[in-house]
Design a protein around this ligand. Structure first.
Ligand code: NAD
Ligand code: IPM
Ligand code: MN
Length: 352
C-alpha cells in the first residue's frame, strides 16, 4: 500500500490541505494518508519545526502533501528557529532539486488577472526552479561583525552538476510542450550566472529540437507582465525562481490556484518521490476565516497522483473537476466570488 505523508503546517495550510487529502482519499481509498506536524504547528507542541517522527514518516512515504509553514510571530528570528526551516530541511534531506510550477489561466478567470484579459487568455507556462542550491543553501550564511559593525552574509554558490541536472528537467519538459526554454540569469553581474549560462548551453546542444533563449532576470520580470504568452518553460536558479513564480502566479488571477512539485532522485513504484505544495504561503491575513482558495492544494494532490503514484487517470479526473468548477462559475472571494474553502471544495467534489 502506498503511503502519503500529509503535513498541513501553519495558517491556511491545514484549511486547504484537509480538502486536498480528503479528495485524494476519495479517489484512492487504497492509499494510506498519515498526518504529522510541521513548522509552527510542531513548534507550538514544543517540538522542532521538522520533528523526528515527521521525518520518519516522510522516509517511509511515497510522497509528501505539504500545506505551508511560517507565522508572523517568528519574524526576525534566524532561519534555524523559524517554521520555514522545516521546508528547507525536507528539500535538502531528499535533494528535491527540481521545483516544477505550472502556471495556467482557467478559462473564465481572465478578468481576475491583474493584466488585460487578452494578455493572459490561454496562458500556459511552467517555471522550473532549482531548489537545493544557490543563495538558499550556500555557506557561509550568518550574521557577524563586519568592519566593526553589524553585518550579514549569504552565499550564492552553484556547481556545474547542479545546473546540468535542473537544465535537463527543463529541456525534457519542453519536449512534451511547445519546445521552448527561456533560461533566466544575471550573467552581467554574477559569476554563478555565467556558469549557469555556459552549462545550460552545453545541455541545450543535446536538445536540438528545443529552442533556447536567455533573459537577464530583471528583463525577465518585465517580459513576464508584458508578453507572458510567449513563455513556455522558464528555467532559473533558486531565488530568481522563487520571485518570478509568485509574479507568474498572479497573472492567473490568484496565487491560490497554483500547485508545485519538488522532485529529486529517489524513485517510487509509480514514479519519483516528491513534495507537493501550493506555491503560496500560510497567508496569515486570511488564515482561520475559511476563505482560502483550496485549488492549489487540490492541484498539488493531482500532481502527486501523477508523478509519485503513477496514476494519470485520477490526476486528470481531479484536474478536470477543478476546471469544470471554474467553467461553471465557481469563485472564491479573492477571485471576486462568494465561495469559502469548503463550498468551493464541495463543488469540485460534485464534479468528480
Ligand atoms: P503568502 O503566499 O502566504 O500570501 C500572499 C498573499 O496571497 C496574501 O494576501 C494571501 O492572503 C494571498 N493568498 C495566498 N494563498 C491564498 C489562497 N489559497 N487563497 C486566497 N488568497 C491567498 O505570502 P506571505 O504573506 O508573504 O507569507 C506568509 C508566510 O508564509 C511567511 O511566513 C512565509 O515565509 C511563508 N511562506 C511559506 C511557503 C511554504 O510553506 N511553501 C511559501 C511562501 C511563503
Ligand atoms: C516557496 C517559499 C519558500 C521559498 C520559503 C517559505 C522557504 O517562498 O516555496 O516559494 O522561498 O522557497
Ligand atoms: Mn515563494
Amino acid at each position: 500500500m502506498a503511503t502519503v505523508a500529509v503535513l498541513p503546517g501553519d495558517g491556511i495550510g491545514p484549511e486547504i490541505t484537509r480538502v486536498a487529502s480528503s479528495l485524494l482519499r476519495q479517489l484512492r481509498p487504497d492509499v494510506e494518508t498519515v498526518e504529522a506536524p510541521v513548522g509552527g504547528a510542531a513548534m507550538a507542541l514544543g517540538k522542532p519545526a521538522l520533528p523526528p517522527e515527521t521525518r520518519a514518516l516522510c522516509a517511509r512515504a511515497e510522497a509528501i502533501l505539504f500545506g505551508s509553514v511560517g507565522l508572523p510571530q517568528y519574524d526576525g528570528k534566524p532561519l534555524a528557529e523559524r517554521p520555514e526551516y522545516a521546508l528547507l530541511l525536507l528539500r535538502g534531506d531528499y535533494e528535491l532539486y527540481a521545483n516544477v510550477r505550472p502556471v495556467r489561466v482557467f478559462p473564465g478567470l481572465e478578468d481576475a488577472s491583474s493584466l488585460k484579459p487578452e494578455l493572459v487568455r490561454g496562458l500556459d507556462l511552467v517555471v522550473v526552479r532549482e531548489l537545493t542550491g544557490g543563495i538558499y543553501f550556500g555557506k557561509p550564511k550568518e550574521q557577524r561583525q563586519i568592519d566593526g559593525e553589524d553585518g550579514a552574509v549569504d552565499t550564492m554558490v552553484y556547481k556545474a552538476s547542479e545546473i546540468d541536472r535542473i537544465a535537463r528537467v527543463a529541456f525534457e519538459l519542453a519536449r512534451g510542450r511547445r519546445k521552448r526554454v527561456t533560461s533566466v540569469d544575471k550573467q552581467n553581474i554574477l559569476e554563478t550566472s555565467r556558469l549557469w549560462r555556459r552549462v545550460v548551453e552545453r545541455v541545450a546542444a543535446e536538445y536540438p529540437d528545443v529552442a533556447l533563449d536567455h533573459l537577464l532576470v530583471d528583463n525577465a520580470a518585465m517580459q513576464l507582465v508584458r508578453r507572458p504568452g510567449e513563455f513556455d518553460v522558464m528555467l532559473t536558479e533558486n531565488m530568481f525562481g522563487d520571485i518570478l513564480s509568485d509574479e507568474a502566479a498572479i497573472l492567473t488571477g490568484s496565487i491560490g490556484t497554483l500547485p508545485s512539485a519538488s522532485l529529486g532522485t529517489r524513485k517510487t513504484a509509480g514514479g519519483a518521490f516528491g513534495l507537493f505544495e501550493p506555491i503560496s504561503g500560510s497567508a496569515p491575513d486570511i488564515a482561520g476565516k475559511g476563505i482560502a482558495n483550496p485549488t492549489a492544494a487540490i492541484l498539488s494532490a493531482a500532481m502527486l497522483l501523477r508523478l509519485s503514484l503513477g496514476d494519470d487517470a485520477n490526476a486528470a479526473r481531479l484536474e478536470r473537476a477543478v476546471e469544470a468548477a471554474y467553467a461553471g462559475g465557481a469563485r472564491t472571494t479573492e477571485l471576486g466570488g462568494t465561495l469559502g474553502t469548503d463550498a468551493f471544495a464541495e463543488i469540485v467534489r460534485r464534479k468528480l
